[in-house]
Design a binder for this molecule. Structure first.
Ligand SMILES: O=c1ccn([C@@H]2O[C@H](COP(=O)(O)OP(=O)(O)O[C@H]3O[C@H](CO)[C@@H](O)[C@H](O)[C@H]3O)[C@@H](O)[C@H]2O)c(=O)[nH]1
Length: 460
């Protein structure tokens, strides 16, 4: 197939197919907004289930991005954590047929597709329909390289790994990836994670049949692994990150995220760098016993916090504003960029990790699973912009005293180690700002991708 020739004569119509999960939908929507800002003449159809359309109803977006829906053929987002392997199975079997039908009925017909790589079957649909596909990899390129080269783990006898025995074993054979302990690999390779490792590997390998690989990373943050992949791959690899709404920072009108409390006003009244922002991700969390220790530990630390907690976390509702503030949802990037925020307690989701770096806020990582583990290693060891609770997954319970001590030390502005971290993260913040500024690595890659899918040289 010649991916370009079909695009040259028609209006550019991009069909965007996100994986149904918050971190994935947001990343692809932000990419679509960036493309649309740069070229308001392209049409983008953003394909979601009817349930996801209700979640996105309040989303402000440019006119040339429209939603197109498929029926609710997968388990509800609201309970997907209950049977995660079952959810993945359904996404990989039940979404394909309605997506195919929709792609063939969209008008005008799509001239290109951008799809989350965790929907590997979209690549085949695109190939069948002779529409070029850009696979969006929503995690770090490091994690991509590890999954793509899964067979290296097997060849070295490192899969499956019993982490209690071999967790400290260091692996250095993934192209471009810095030395990493087996315990720091994505959780796909051990314990229950092996139930989904096949699906994850398939996602990474699906790019073999796509026409572009787009990464939400920032070139300068992972240059060695990106260079190694570029040397090996015949298709363009575009890093466009962070795929987060930095372009809306000044203009967003949704500062309260629908929450009746004004957390931004509260932040305005706090001393610079004094507040810990806490968010444990969008759908999986820790056990309730562990949560009790975390709440007690954070409160005992005496550090003020802004905490994102879901509706069922009722025990956080009695927090008074002298201690902190609890919200169900917030504009995370805006919060992180507020000068009252001095630290970010994060599960290490890739978008959150990049947002922490973009905002220049040191991170306290509590990874739960998947790529959050290598992301936390990157935060602490590679970039040196944070600390982590060691091996939280493998321990029964991290006690409140340890949590209180760690939080206090982490947020103490006098702490020498902390000063170094803050300096480093400010440097990386500038790196990210340069990447998205005009002519920077991410900005140029977005232009290049647009040029490719529009099939004509654009006037910038
Ligand atoms: O109150 C909140 C809480 C979160 N967010 C946003 O929600 C996104 C969350 O994304 P991420 O940090 O990546 O976390 P998850 O939603 O948990 O992401 C899933 O998808 C990611 C990308 O594949 C993976 O890195 C994670 O491990 C996986 O859990 C971020 O952009 C946040 O800014 C808000 O805007 N407000």
């Amino acid at each position: 197939m010649d991916p370009i020739s079909s695009a040259t004569t028609k209006q550019t119509h991009l069909a965007a197919v996100p994986y149904p999960g918050r971190g994935h939908v947001n990343a692809l929507m932000n990419l679509c907004k960036l493309l649309s800002l740069k070229n308001p003449n392209i049409l983008i159809s953003f394909i979601v289930t009817e349930e996801w359309l209700t979640f996105l109803a309040g989303e402000s977006k440019p006119q040339n991005i429209r939603f197109a829906t498929i029926p609710n053929v997968i388990p509800s987002e609201l309970g997907r954590a209950n049977d995660f392997p079952g959810f993945i199975r359904s996404v990989n079997s039940d979404l394909e047929a309605p997506t195919n039908t929709l792609l063939t009925r969209l008008h005008p017909p799509p001239t290109a597709i951008v799809a989350d790589a965790f929907l590997p079957w979209v690549v085949q649909l695109g190939n069948n329909l002779r529409i070029p596909v850009a696979s969006l990899w929503p995690m770090s390129v490091t994690v991509f390289s590890i999954l793509y080269h899964f067979e290296l783990l097997q060849e070295h006898g490192d899969f499956p790994a019993e982490l209690s025995e071999r967790g400290e074993h260091i692996v250095d054979y993934f192209p471009g990836v810095s030395k990493i302990r087996l315990a720091d690999l994505p959780s796909f390779f051990s314990g229950n994670g092996v139930k989904v490792v096949g699906a994850a590997e398939k996602s990474a390998r699906s790019v073999d049949n796509s026409q572009f690989l787009i990464s939400t990373s920032v070139y300068e943050l992972e240059s060695s692994v990106i260079d190694a992949l570029k040397a090996k791959f015949p298709i363009p690899i575009y890093t466009i990150g962070p795929s987060t709404p930095y372009f809306e920072l000044e203009t967003s009108v949704k500062d309260n995220g629908g929450d009746p409390k004004n957390y931004l006003r509260w932040l305005d009244s706090q001393a610079e760098g004094s507040v810990l922002y806490i968010s444990q991700g969008s759908f999986l969390s820790v056990s309730s016993a562990q949560m009790e220790e975390i709440i007690a530990g954070v409160k005992d630390s005496g550090v003020r916090f802004l905490w994102v907690a879901r509706g069922d976390d009722g025990w956080l509702k009695d927090v008074d504003e002298e201690t902190g503030m609890v919200v169900e949802w917030c504009n995370q990037l805006k919060v992180l960029c507020h000068n009252a925020i001095g630290g970010f307690w994060t599960h290490g989701g890739w978008n959150s990790t990049l947002e922490g770096v973009f905002a220049g806020v040191p991170m306290l990582a509590w990874p739960i699973f998947w790529d959050q583990i290598p992301n936390s290693k990157k935060i602490v060891e590679d970039w040196k912009v944070g600390v982590r609770f060691e091996a939280v997954g493998g321990r029964n319970l991290v006690g409140r005293e340890e949590i209180a001590e760690t939080v206090k030390r982490f947020m103490n502005p006098e702490n020498v180690e902390g000063r170094e971290m803050r300096k480093r993260v400010s440097e990386l913040r500038e790196t990210c700002r340069r990447a998205v500024a005009r002519g920077g690595s991410s900005d140029s890659n977005i232009d290049a991708f647009l040029g490719d899918i529009c099939g004509v040289a654009r006037e910038l």
